[in-house]
Design a protein around this ligand. Structure first.
Ligand code: NAP
Length: 490
């Protein structure tokens, strides 16, 4: 086997339920595959509804003790978990790169970034203030107190196998919720290692339960949680189609929902922008994780005065990106997650070319490198009728659109059902204010390509979902407010 860990025990193959490592009830397994080579890394539990129910039972049993603990007692455990993640960072990064394909330096960054949510929410959970409402009547006092919402079901995608989990689990645990969780079929190993470290750091049995499942079985697992009255909250990161399905299904039991869904980010470069800075920002935002991020610029609008200079500089840089497996020390772009992802990229580029786009660099599958590689690509003359405009490509393809006026580009940028992130490059402060105000998104990078931070509220509007993760706002989704009106005080 090609994966070498310092602590072999971090390669977990079983579910964590009620503090015990267990096989699926029916002992079924499924393979986890390295997308760089197609080799099987491990076989893990293929859970079903009975396992889901056992996890919810465990979370229910652990709930009252966990919510009764002092916030600083919970914080102490989270801090130990945080320290343990950092102690095992190299192994976690190796696991993540092996199952997800991102280059090792990116995986190391994600470990640090994912861990930062644990540290942040350990602190933030101790600052959960309620309100004493200014008195309205004599003899009456009114208070609003914040309480943990109850059992949380967390469902996460494959593109950030660690950070997507910690930014859900850490706030839930910090405020006193118990958790049942399911990672994506493609990337369960990082998640299993992570909850193992949480368990070893002192998260009590049943407080955090995690099940792996294949795509088909995962639907059953989540279906069981959606139908269970005891699960009070679903937090989901993934596609808009699945998010809508969860919203419909969870209506039966009226759960609180957070949905971090797909994006279709515009990246806007005005004539007055620093072109070098804009290219650097685009390289960071577009090509991280091979273009498989929800905040990836999907549509790059460049004003006509700087279009040629921007396109030339960008294509030169993109042509130099090193495509290689995660283990290659110089790798900048790894494999895509699976063959389906490469097929989608090919379909998008083909459609663009048929409709009049031209390839400036890249534009082809790199079959000689392995099963799932696609060349970093820049295409010019993109237009609104192309698939690259209306759908997330989720790959290393940057389509360039030429625009002339501010009004025009605002209209084009907002002409999508999605509203997650946008990027704006301009040196005119009044323009920056106008454009930031007009964009229908939840996150904006203004002269900046890297927007993620545990201290910032992350989330979208429109078909990109609702709820916020990270920052002090990230606690709200795991809380309910109880109003207490006390009389007889006169
Ligand atoms: P996905 O297909 O929606 O899957 C996300 C999760 O839901 C996975 O655990 C998946 O399991 C599970 N799932 C799939 N179908 C389900 C169903 N019918 N019922 C219950 N669970 C189901 O999304 P993805 O392709 O993995 O991830 C890419 C998408 O996530 C992109 O649209 C991206 O923009 C979005 N994303 C958004 C954010 C954000 O913060 N807004 C962050 C990252 C990614 P399986 O993997 O086993 O199918």
């Amino acid at each position: 086997m090609e994966l070498k860990l310092k602590r072999e025990a971090l390669l977990r193959r079983q579910n964590l339920i009620g503090g015990e490592w267990t096989d699926a009830v029916n002992h079924a397994c499924f393979p986890v595959v390295n997308p760089a080579t197609g080799a099987v890394i491990a076989h893990v539990a293929n859970s079903g509804p009975a396992d889901a129910r056992a996890a919810t039972d465990a979370a229910a049993k652990a709930a009252s003790d966990w919510r009764a603990r002092l916030p600083r007692e919970r914080a102490e455990i989270l801090r130990r978990w945080h320290a343990s993640i950092l102690d095992n960072a190299e192994d976690l990064a190796a696991l993540m790169s092996a199952e997800q394909g991102k280059p090792l330096p990116e995986a190391r960054n994600e470990v640090a970034y994912g861990a930062s949510y644990v540290a942040w929410f350990a602190e933030e959970g101790t600052r959960l203030y309620g309100d004493l409402i200014p008195q309205q009547q004599r003899g009456k006092q009114m208070r609003a107190v914040k309480e943990p919402i109850g059992i949380v079901a967390a469902i996460t995608p494959w593109n950030f196998p660690m950070a997507m989990i910690t930014r859900k689990i850490a706030p839930a645990l910090a405020v006193g919720c118990t958790v049942v969780a399911k990672p994506a079929e493609d990337t369960p190993l990082t998640a299993l290692a992570l909850v193992g470290l949480a368990h070893d750091a002192g998260v009590p049995a049943g407080v955090l339960n995690l099940l792996s499942a294949s795509r088909e079985q995962g639907i059953e697992v989540v279906g069981d949680w959606l139908a269970d009255e005891r699960v009070r909250k679903v937090t989901f990161t993934g596609s808009t189609a699945v998010g809508k399905h969860l919203a419909r299904e969870s209506a039966q039991t009226l759960k609180k929902l957070s949905l971090e869904l797909g994006g279709n980010a515009p990246f806007i470069v005005f004539d007055d922008a620093d072109v070098e800075a804009a290219v650097a920002g685009l390289l960071a935002a577009k090509f991280r994780n091979g273009g498989q991020t929800c905040v990836c610029p999907n549509r790059i609008y460049v004003q006509s005065g700087v279009f040629d200079a921007f396109a030339r500089t960008l294509a030169a840089h993109v042509g130099e990106l090193h495509v290689a497996p995660a283990t290659d020390p110089g790798a900048q772009i790894g494999p895509m997650i699976n063959a389906k992802a490469v097929d989608k990229i090919e379909r998008h580029v083909r459609d663009a070319l048929v409709k009049g786009a031209t390839v400036l660099v890249g534009g082809r599958r790199l079959a000689e490198k392995g099963p799932n590689y696609y060349a970093p690509t820049v295409i010019a003359n993109a237009t609104s009728d192309m698939l690259v405009t209306s759908e997330e490509t989720f790959g290393p393809v940057a389509p360039l659109y030429r625009f002339t006026s501010e009004d025009e580009v605002i209209r084009l940028a907002n002409d999508t059902p999605y509203g997650l992130a946008a990027y704006v490059y301009t040196r005119d402060h009044r323009r920056a204010e106008r454009v930031c105000g007009a964009l229908e998104v939840g996150v904006i990078g203004l002269n900046e390509g890297s927007v993620a931070s545990e201290a910032a509220p992350f989330g979208g509007v429109k078909a990109s979902g609702y709820g916020r993760e990270g920052s002090r706002y990230g606690l709200d989704d795991y809380l309910s407010i109880k109003y207490i009106c006390q009389g007889g005080l006169d």
